[in-house]
Design a binder for this molecule. Structure first.
Ligand code: SF4
Ligand code: FES
Length: 372
């Protein structure tokens, strides 16, 4: 077997090795946490996705070991591959944070602020993005775009005003169904998701457009206005389905199943199955199996994202002790954006030296490398 070439890349001062051909975004996902840029249009399970929304912009401060010149402009991390010795700044770059705030403002120019009545509230990536990177208020004074209503059939509700034109739903229809019925019509600020001549979307797997839509533009008609996600209890469940893997998340209140979705990973993407395929679910599982007796319940689903849903009931129990966050306390209530092991960046802080064994105050000579 041929050896895989590994490239060293440093993102926000953290160095890892990744196979050649990995994008900066996927390298950052390997590190995880705040080092990972947000991604509104990239979806690792959909070929061709990415490069549309610019939320994943990063600064490349060193191109590579061979050519250390910085890249002249911020680059889309979902579309830029790492080079050996590359150095990238994400949250440690003021330019990136500034650009991201502008992108949030841009995405919100036409997006209605209707979170209080939107079914996506609580699990909307644009909502998270604007809380984390946006600014208060808007400078936009013009009327927002409006669209003629398109009926996409019995299952899927389209709210075009909320769409950010990420193309994910178009790739789902292209890659999961035999015949794509919808797409992006027109261009510029007239561009919209629609079917060409009023058609409904009915393919067995088309319901997955709801799971990939990062905002509330495509929602489940069978769940619409029925409940808020943070009042529901997500449970992993499966059934013997002839069409799909049958592995889903049920969103229950008591014994009532309010909605069924695919299982999502920490990046908000539909999970991979053991065999490496993606756990897309069929319309029958999603829209028609709404009784607990239709499912074999596996147990509560842990939602690892910093979502409002996980502020709810199922991860903590009443009376559970929540540790006091020292960092938050000393930062005046702010969470640290980046934590670094000081030993990996400083020569004087060395774990092998026991400060309690040094008499009096410690001096640089106590940390002299030659001593041990
Ligand atoms: S409807 Fe949703 S998934 Fe489709 S392009 Fe718009 S935002 Fe993206
Ligand atoms: S996630 Fe990279 S451009 Fe949208």
């Amino acid at each position: 077997m041929s050896e895989q070439t590994l490239f060293k890349v440093t993102i926000d001062n953290i160095t890892i090795e990744v196979p050649a051909g990995t994008t900066i975004l996927n390298a950052a996902r390997k590190i995880g946490g705040d080092v990972t840029p947000p991604a509104m249009c990239y979806y690792s399970k959909l070929q061709g996705s990415g490069g549309k929304c610019r939320t994943c912009l990063v600064e490349v401060s060193k191109g590579s070991e061979k050519d250390p010149r910085p890249m002249p402009k911020l680059v889309a991390s979902c579309r830029t591959n790492v080079m050996d010795g590359m150095e990238v700044k994400n949250i440690t770059s003021d330019k990136v944070l500034d650009a991201r705030a502008s992108i949030v403002e841009f995405l919100l120019i036409n997006h209605p602020l209707d979170c209080p009545i939107c079914d996506q509230a609580g699990e909307c990536h644009l909502q998270d993005l604007s809380y984390e990177h946006g600014k208060e208020g808007t400078r936009y004074e013009f009327q927002r775009r409006t669209f003629q209503k398109h009926d996409l059939g019995p299952y899927i509700q389209l709210h075009m005003t909320r769409c950010i034109l990420c193309y994910r739903c178009v790739y789902v229809a292209d890659q999961l169904t035999e015949k794509r019925e919808h797409g992006i019509l027109d261009r510029g600020d007239h561009a919209e998701i629609a079917t060409q001549i009023q058609k409904s979307l009915e393919h067995d797997f088309i319901g997955n457009v709801i799971d990939v839509c990062p905002v509330g533009a495509l929602t489940d008609k069978t769940f619409r206005f029925k409940n808020r996600v943070w009042f529901l209890k997500p449970m992993d469940a499966h059934r013997d389905c002839p069409t799909c893997s049958g592995k889903v998340t049920l969103w229950n209140r008591g014994d009532e199943v309010f909605r069924v979705t695919a299982r999502k990973d920490e990046w908000g993407e539909v999970e991979s199955l053991e065999d490496g395929s993606t756990a897309w679910i069929c319309n029958t599982c999603r829209f028609e199996k709404k009784k607990t007796s239709d499912w074999v319940i596996e147990g509560p689903r842990a939602i690892s994202r910093h979502s409002v849903i996980s502020q709810g009931h199922y991860q903590g129990k009443i009376g559970m002790h929540k540790p006091r966050e020292t960092f938050t306390a000393v930062h005046g209530g702010r969470d640290p954006k980046l934590l670094m092991d000081i030993h990996s960046v400083s020569e004087v802080n060395r774990p092998s030296i026991d400060l309690s064994l040094i008499e009096g105050p410690a001096h640089s000579t106590d940390f002299n490398l030659k001593k041990d």
